[in-house]
Design a protein. Structure first.
Length: 193
C-alpha cells in the first residue's frame, strides 16, 4: 500500500520558502492566487482594472519579501495574505487619488450559457449588472467586508484581523452590506415589474 503524500499547511510552506524552497512558495501561490486576484480585482473599479494585475503582483512580492516575518501564532496565512492585499489596494488608491468602486464582473456576465434563450441571457445579464451596481454603491468598508466574506471565503474573525477592526464591526459591516444589497435589488426589481 502506497503512502499518501501529506499536504503541508500554509505556515510550513512559508517556513520552507524562507529556508530557500521555491517550490513551497509556488504551492502557496497556487492555493491562494485565484482568490487573491479576485479580491484585488473586485476592489478596483473598471477604470482601475488594468492596475489589478500590478497590485496583485505587488501583494505576492511583499509576501515573498516578508515571509520570515509571518507569525502563525498571530493568525492564519490567508488572513495575512488578505491583510497585505488590502493594504496594497489602499496604497494604490491613495496614489491614484480615485474614488473607490467595486470591480465589474464583466467576464462572468459576458459568457453566455449555450442552453439559455436570448431572453434568459438578457435577464441574466441585467441581473448581473444590477448586482454590480448594488455592490459599487456600497461604502468601501462594507464592500470590502462583503467581498472578503463572499468571494475570498474569510470568516468574520479573519476579516476583523485583515481589516483591523473589531469582530462586532466586521459583523455590522457585513449585515449592512447584505441589507443594502437586498434593498437595492428589491427596489430595482419593483422598478422593472
Amino acid at each position: 500500500m502506497a503512502l499518501m503524500e501529506v499536504d503541508p499547511d500554509d505556515a510550513s510552506l512559508l517556513s520552507a520558502f524562507s529556508a530557500g524552497n521555491a517550490q513551497a512558495f509556488a504551492r502557496l501561490y497556487d492555493r491562494y492566487d485565484p482568490a487573491c486576484f479576485l479580491f484585488v480585482r473586485r476592489m478596483l473599479t473598471g477604470r482601475e482594472v488594468e492596475a489589478a494585475e500590478d497590485v496583485h503582483q505587488d501583494t505576492w512580492l511583499s509576501i515573498a519579501r516578508n515571509a520570515r516575518s509571518f507569525d502563525p501564532a498571530k493568525g492564519a496565512f490567508r488572513t495575512w495574505l488578505f491583510t497585505i492585499a488590502r493594504r496594497k489596494v489602499w496604497d494604490h488608491l491613495r496614489r491614484q487619488k480615485v474614488a473607490v468602486l467595486a470591480a465589474v464582473i464583466d467576464e462572468a456576465a459576458a459568457i453566455p450559457d449555450p442552453g439559455v434563450t436570448p431572453e434568459e441571457h438578457t435577464m441574466s445579464r441585467e441581473m448581473a449588472e444590477r448586482l454590480i451596481t448594488a455592490l459599487e454603491a456600497l461604502p468601501l468598508a462594507q464592500r470590502e467586508t462583503f467581498v472578503l466574506f463572499t468571494q475570498a471565503g474569510l470568516s468574520l474573525e479573519e476579516i476583523s484581523i485583515a481589516t483591523d477592526v473589531g469582530l462586532e464591526t466586521a459583523k455590522s459591516r457585513l449585515r449592512y452590506a447584505r441589507t443594502t444589497m437586498r434593498s437595492a435589488l428589491a427596489a430595482e426589481g419593483r422598478g422593472h415589474v
